[in-house]
Design a binder for this molecule. Structure first.
Ligand SMILES: *Cc1c(COP(=O)(O)O)cnc(C)c1O
Length: 400
């Protein structure tokens, strides 16, 4: 059965993904089930998406209730779930206004458009260039892939959209040098996710904020991966003594339903007026109802606190592994966005974990990334650590 499905998929689905040979059919909390009765503990979480876990009863109920009431009308009209959600996001962040869309790439497109428009509105149309980071990831649309600092994502799609200048992450001087009279903004992930869980150095983001203020640049935080509680705070910028001007969200915003958002403070947001930007599905009642369940759970049901506590526990356990195995270079990250940087290829570890019932992910070929649902418990962390320990031990034995 399973192989039959996989064979079919290989014929009819665009071959853009290298997939693992399992067909997932059901989920519950942090557990996934495949078509052959196999079970997996999920440390991938749809790439940091289903933060309340799989098949969350509150999400199922919210979606079912909303689907019976109103799924979609155009943004030509007001709808209540969207209004209540925007109000919540504004109350809980630096921002004053929200634009809703359907994905991380779309949220970043909106941010790029807003930054350009802001400077056009000020009579400085020559300021359209955006400084972006090497190793970053901002999406796969033409503008967002052009903003992405990874050659493998550009390859084959040139010419890229003009207006992006790359500098190394964590290097303030490089940003300083890259600023010209044409620069309008800096975009970055406060913690790089796809880039291998790269954490900013002490003072870097605060100094970057100061530099942007001095130069009159907008600071855009791509919190598509780090936002919505992933790092133990609602938004990763809260770990630092600064705020951005624009922030993008998606991934976990609606626990697996497609939703993105671009948030900005009033003065900046004011450059989007009627007709500036739009999305047919953006902020539709169905996904907004799911997102309202997410934000309630994060704050009122202790999910955020759980992430902070279990994340710290998880990091300690990873540091114990690092003390034991010389090929572990570094443990990085915060909350439940954690990376284990190896001096060897991570793919075989991912495969061995899967064979033992654990789904984990590897970025940049050598960084094991752990991004489980934020409801995960210590016992489940212990199980993964034991699994990794035994795999690492076998690897050490083979090498010697
Ligand atoms: C996943 C991701 C994106 C792209 O989101 P999509 O919903 O796949 O378009 C953008 N930025 C960051 C930081 C991401 O992790």
């Amino acid at each position: 059965m399973t192989n039959e499905f996989i064979e079919k998929a290989e014929k009819v689905i665009a071959a853009t993904y290298k997939r693992f040979p399992i067909v997932l059919t059901q989920g519950e909390g942090c557990t996934l089930f495949d078509s052959e009765g196999g079970t997996y503990m999920d440390f991938v979480d749809g790439i940091a998406v289903c933060n309340l876990g799989h098949a969350h009863p509150g999400i199922a109920e919210a979606v079912a209730n909303q689907a019976r009431q109103l799924v979609h009308v155009s943004n030509l009209y007001y709808t209540t779930p969207q209004i209540v959600l925007a109000e919540w996001l504004v109350e809980h962040s630096f921002a004053d206004r929200v634009f809703f869309c359907n994905s991380g790439a779309e949220a970043n497109e909106a941010a790029i458009k807003l930054a350009r428009k802001y400077f056009k509105d000020r009579g400085t149309p020559e300021r359209f260039r955006i400084i972006t980071m090497e190793g970053s990831f901002h999406g796969r649309t033409m503008a967002t892939l052009s903003a992405t600092g990874q050659a493998k994502i550009h390859k084959g799609f040139e010419p890229l959209v003009d207006g992006f200048d790359f500098v190394p992450f964590n290097d303030l001087e490089a940003v300083q040098k890259a600023v010209t009279g044409e620069t309008c903004a800096v975009i970055l992930e406060p913690i790089q996710g796809e880039g291998g869980v790269q954490y900013p150095g002490p003072g870097y983001l605060e100094d970057l904020r100061k530099l942007c203020d001095q130069q009159g640049l907008l600071l855009i935080f791509d919190e598509v991966q780090t936002g919505m509680g992933r790092t133990g705070k609602l938004f990763a910028y809260e770990h630092f003594a600064m705020t951005p001007d624009i922030m993008t969200l998606a991934k976990a915003l609606a626990n697996g339903l497609p939703m993105g958002a671009m948030l900005a403070r009033e003065e900046v947001a004011a450059s989007f007026t009627a007709g500036s930007h739009a999305s047919t599905f953006g902020g539709t009642p169905l996904v907004a109802a799911a997102a309202l369940t997410v934000v309630k759970a994060l704050v009122e049901e202790g999910v955020l606190q759980n992430c902070e506590r279990v994340g710290a526990y998880f990091k300690d356990r990873l540091l114990e592994l690092k003390a034991k195995y010389a090929f572990i270079q570094e443990v990085r990250g915060q909350g439940l966005l954690l990376g284990l940087d190896l001096s060897l290829d991570g793919a075989s570890v991912v495969k061995a974990c899967m064979e033992r019932g654990f789904l984990i992910n590897c970025t940049q070929e050598h960084v094991l990334r752990f991004i489980p649902p934020l409801i995960i418990q210590e016992a489940q962390i212990d199980a993964l650590i034991a699994c990794l320990d035994s795999i690492f031990e076998e690897m050490t034995d083979e090498a010697s």
